[in-house]
Design a protein around this ligand. Structure first.
Ligand code: HBI
Length: 97
């Protein structure tokens, strides 16, 4: 069973991952992305999908044309865990933060 982030870990995570926001009513983190067009957005989603598979940790996400919304939380512990931080870091690296 993966552990939920402690409060200090959560504070540190949001400080580091400054492009990610808290989610009202959920122990989760979310980030919005906007790309040149749908093909760029789709390519990004494909790369995130491969990261998620490699990490065995999957986002809750949506796409409208050139926009992608990603929400990360860990189902197993019903909140934010180190897996979310790891995936968020990897996603940020795809877009150069
Ligand atoms: N993705 N976000 C998220 N949370 C999980 O708990 C999770 C997952 N992907 C796969 C996964 N767990 C597996 O370890 C099984 O628990 C399904």
């Amino acid at each position: 069973m993966i552990a939920k982030l402690t409060d200090p870990e959560r504070v540190a995570a949001f400080a580091e991952l400054s492009a990610w926001q808290k989610v009202d009513g959920r122990d989760a983190m979310q980030r919005s992305f906007r790309f040149k067009d749908f093909v760029e957005a789709w390519g990004f989603m494909n790369r995130v999908a491969l990261l998620a598979e490699k990490q065995d940790h999957h986002p809750e996400w949506s796409n409208v044309y050139n926009r992608v919304e990603i929400l990360l939380t860990t189902h197993d512990c019903k909140g934010l865990s180190a897996r979310d931080v790891t995936l968020a870091r990897a996603i940020d690296a795809l877009v150069g933060k």
